[in-house]
Write a protein of this length. Sequence first.
Length: 265
Amino acid sequence: MPPLRTALLQSSGRPGSVDAALKALDDAAARASAAGARLLVCPELFLTGYAIGDAVAELAEPVDGPAARAAADICVRHGLAVHYGYPERSGEAVFNAAQLIGPDGAPLANYRKTHLFGSFEEKWFTPGELPVVQAELDGVRIGLLICYDVEFPENVRAHALAGTELLLVPTALMHPFPFVAEAVVPVRAFESQLYIAYANRAGREGDFDFTGLSCLAGPDGTVRARAGRGEELVLGEVDPALLAASRAGNPYLKDRVPALYGSLV
């Protein structure tokens, strides 16, 4: 199976304007496709902005809303899958969500953030309840988390045990926490033997100063692609052969003793 060429868009989009964010998404998809990517991963709440206060509820859309349909058109036009963060409205609840749409425009998976970070997110969002959401793209099993979720090793291990090979993590990592992108994410990839695509926002938005440093981390703990601090599109390869070799040589998943871990829950 050939490697899955993956693009990570590091950008804060156009906070407060879904139309402008979709235009930025279209431009990034065109560049990613021209570079041979089959998957474009965008940051947390990319379509609306992160620090937008009351506008979270105003801009929230259902999973199949107008923005999703526009994103599907972008996928078809450029022939690649797109994964983006957005506020999802379901009834009276609003979730911090991320959706994966395939190259043919078909929805593949939608995930709602389970671990909300700080009073800001707790004010505006309802936590999701499904810890493992997956899809298939070009023979690669893809899993979805959002930002703070990846900082809990249990979440990533649950994905590994469910067969996830590439974990997509749109994020809004801010100062003073750059060590999460620099150290935690590569360690999570190593300890659970999978790839992690970690796509961050960049620059300042409201009270938040985002760190950038988006990365594609491999199962051997190495960073296969790394962005700087500003807006950037970076590309890397998710290689199933390397993953298989790494899992064959690293016994973490095989040597687990679940009977000893009951106290964790």
